[in-house]
Write a protein that binds this ligand. Sequence first.
Ligand SMILES: Nc1ncnc2c1ncn2[C@@H]1O[C@H](COP(=O)(O)OP(=O)(O)OP(=O)(O)O)[C@@H](O)[C@H]1O
Ligand SMILES: CCCCCCCCCCCCC/C=C/[C@@H](O)[C@H](CO)NC(=O)CCCCC
Ligand SMILES: [Ca+2]
Length: 515
Amino acid sequence: MDYVLWLKTIQKISSYALENCFVPISEIIAVEETEFNKKQRNIGRWQKMAKLHAFTVHYVKKARNHRWRCSAATFWCVDEHLCNQWTQALKELLEMQKSRPKQLLVYINPFGGKRQGKRIYEQKVAPLFSLASISTDVVVTEHANHAKDNLFEVNIYKYDGVVCVGGDGMFSEVMHGLIGRMQKDSGIDQNNPKASLVQCNIRIGIIPAGSTDCICYSTVGISDPVTSALHIIVGDCQPLDVSSVHHNDTFLKYSVSLLGYGFYGDILKDSEKKRWMGPMRYDYSGFKTFLSHHYYEGTIAYQPAKHTHGSPRDKVSCRTGCYICKQSEKQLAEQNKEHGLKKEEGEEEWKVIKGKFLAINAVNMSCACPRSPKGLSPAAHLADGSADLILVRKCSRFDFLRYLVRHTNQDDQFDFPFVDVYRVKCFQFTSKLSEDNESNVMDVGKKRFGQFCRDHPACCCNIVNSTWNCDGETLDSSAIEVRVHCQLMKLFARGIEEDCKDEAGHSQSSIEQLL
Ligand SMILES: Nc1ncnc2c1ncn2[C@@H]1O[C@H](COP(=O)(O)OP(=O)(O)OP(=O)(O)O)[C@@H](O)[C@H]1O
Ligand SMILES: CCCCCCCCCCCCC/C=C/[C@@H](O)[C@H](CO)NC(=O)CCCCC
Ligand SMILES: [Ca+2]
């Protein structure tokens, strides 16, 4: 139940005249007894008559573009008992907010993005956690995989959530640690691609301090450390689909945002050598990869996601309280109740596509980020148990550029004859090169080719494989098997809210009325 704080009987100090103040209890951060400071305001005759008692309510103030800020209002009165009653009542109401975390485990990557993770946490986030009486155990990572390994050692069950301060790579580490630990503790073998994985109920909070921050942006609507901290404090919960990636019955990685082969794999591979450039490395490698215009031959087999009603060509996007994600949640609960196992996809049909591709992108969410505010698949859902598989076939450089530009504007990215998109629950990919090698391993002549196609040296047809970009990390294998696990994990987020304020601070509905 959402209680509303309506402080009419008690006076409020604000920069405006005395006014009524409406704040849902769910958006109050903290309530504090306050030393009344006479200098704060000239309150005329009240000051001369009696000692004043006060308390301060810290609450979430929603600003434009999904940004949240911490605001405060101090209330005062002459009646000490009344003031104490209000403070006590509000504190009791806050105690009743059971989804709020009390104890968090925090991992900070000091080297992510612009290397500001530690400063961002100490200056912007820690003071808010302390205001909200959240206790924290903080680990500043010393090397890659520190957070992941640590999650297999600590008593994770004493925490209400794990917070990662960094980018998508840091999030990925924490996610692998948590999901891996859950499977280990439940005796599930992650190497089995058909295993029914155990859901992870320990929520992850992301304080964005990376280079892309796609997962934060796609689940909150903005990459802003204070906004994310406030979503953690109020105890938001957003379920998230996770794809498992295997090669020949060996577990490789989990993915929640982009699994990209070709263009995005090549960008990543090139950019890894230029980490010292910070977030700029993606612009540099992006430009270079665009110019190289390599395409790759291979075969994709997929099973369509028939359980969900949405389509990647829908005009409506996944938003807070999304109906399609709720339906998937219900289906999942029914399946778990009936079978204790998720439905096997074995008997369903596989569709097979062979071709030459500039990019193969499989996204579990829109992949919106500051570089691409709508994302690679604007209608993808955070928690519907499906991924959008986008195939960009061989086309001219100019056409590919037209496609890329649509990542950044309002036009339909899929409205090109060389782009296909499918909503899938699982898929497999094999490159032509590995098919050829497997079918004729003794044909050493094939391995003598240089990097490019012998018949057409200038055609950009690459006979070496590309690399899979899995949420910003490279995979060692090009042949992969991918399966979406519906709502395998949860974030401290609520999805993107519908009625956001625009640049001028008007709500969308009020603009509609004006129009
Ligand atoms: N102390 C550390 N030293 C070196 N590497 C680390 C350390 N802590 C974490 N890492 C690794 O750094 C990688 C990148 O970090 P992170 O995702 O935070 O930043 P980014 O790559 O700049 O941002 P994005 O992933 O959003 O593009 C992660 O994969 C993580 O494993
Ligand atoms: C002429 C204008 C063309 C402009 C095209 C801009 C397109 C930007 C699209 C960005 C899509 C990001 C998808 C998310 C991927 C993340 O999982 C991953 C880890 O952080 N980031 C990258 O791989 C980094 C990928 C960075 C790509 C630039
Ligand atoms: Ca999805």
